[in-house]
Design a binder for this molecule. Structure first.
Ligand SMILES: [Zn+2]
Length: 247
């Protein structure tokens, strides 16, 4: 194998590791947003449960108020009854009868509201049971998925360490100048630095390559870069030169 072809082979090998490294790093980076999404789901379930608990409390305290109100209306009735018993005046007696009737109507309405509140309490209890079940299910699912993600991350980090080791080993076999060139392209173009030529175009930017560049590529006497994107070009016999008519 000639020297240029050997260098290309090493660069392609390095590039394969870099592509894998970038993919693994991207997957690791995607884990935290996924975790945040899962935690949000668990929080939403918990917030709903807490909300229902609050409503139950508010409803209970409302019912206590109603009870107190009924109580005070009953006391008023008792008071008016005693006054009725004590009075000798007919108009005063009638006025007290009217007061007592007003209290009784008020109690009637309060009892209606107490019934409403009791129905609401039953409804809230059903909602609470459902929300508690859902909270527990969501929490179990989320915990399970978070555990899976931690395992996945550990595996990814291990794979990454292996890939980086391989990368260091491969990079050490490539000359400093060429490696520097590769690293600069990697930084600007991502992990597609060494690209094939097919149908006479650059495999990176797809520009049609001048015939002279294609000839240089085919003869592999020197390292050729795309005049447009500067990526390192290579050519193997199974690639098609047809577009430039150099078959
Ligand atoms: Zn190009």
């Amino acid at each position: 194998m000639n020297r240029v072809r050997e260098v290309i082979r090493q660069l392609v090998e390095l590039q394969e590791r870099d592509q894998k490294i970038l993919a693994v790093e991207a997957e690791i980076a995607s884990l935290d947003p996924q975790r945040a999404g899962l935690r949000q789901r668990a929080e939403a379930a918990r917030t709903r449960l807490d909300g229902i608990r609050q409503e139950i409390k508010a409803n209970e305290s409302h019912r206590k108020d109603l009870e107190l109100e009924v109580e005070s209306q009953r006391e008023a009735i008792a008071r008016y009854s005693i006054q009725q018993y004590q009075t000798k005046k007919n108009d005063e007696y009638r006025a007290l009868t009217h007061q007592i009737d007003t209290c009784k109507r008020a109690i009637f309405q309060l009892e209606d509201r107490q019934l409403d509140s009791m129905e609401k309490a039953e409804q809230f209890q059903r909602e609470l049971d459902a929300a508690a079940r859902s909270d527990q299910e969501v929490r179990q699912t989320v915990d399970h998925q978070l555990g899976d993600m931690d395992e996945r991350e550990a595996a990814l980090r291990q794979a990454l360490a292996g890939l980086q080791e391989e990368r260091t080993r491969i990079a050490a076999g490539i000359g400093d100048t060429l490696r520097g060139q590769y690293e600069r392209l990697l930084k600007h173009r991502g992990a597609r630095v060494v690209v094939g030529v097919e149908h006479g175009v650059c495999g990176g930017c797809h520009m049609i390559l001048p015939p002279q560049v294609l000839i240089s590529c085919r003869t592999s006497q020197e390292l050729v870069q795309c005049p447009n994107c500067s990526r390192i070009l290579y050519f193997t016999p199974e690639m098609d030169m047809s577009q430039a008519g150099l078959r």
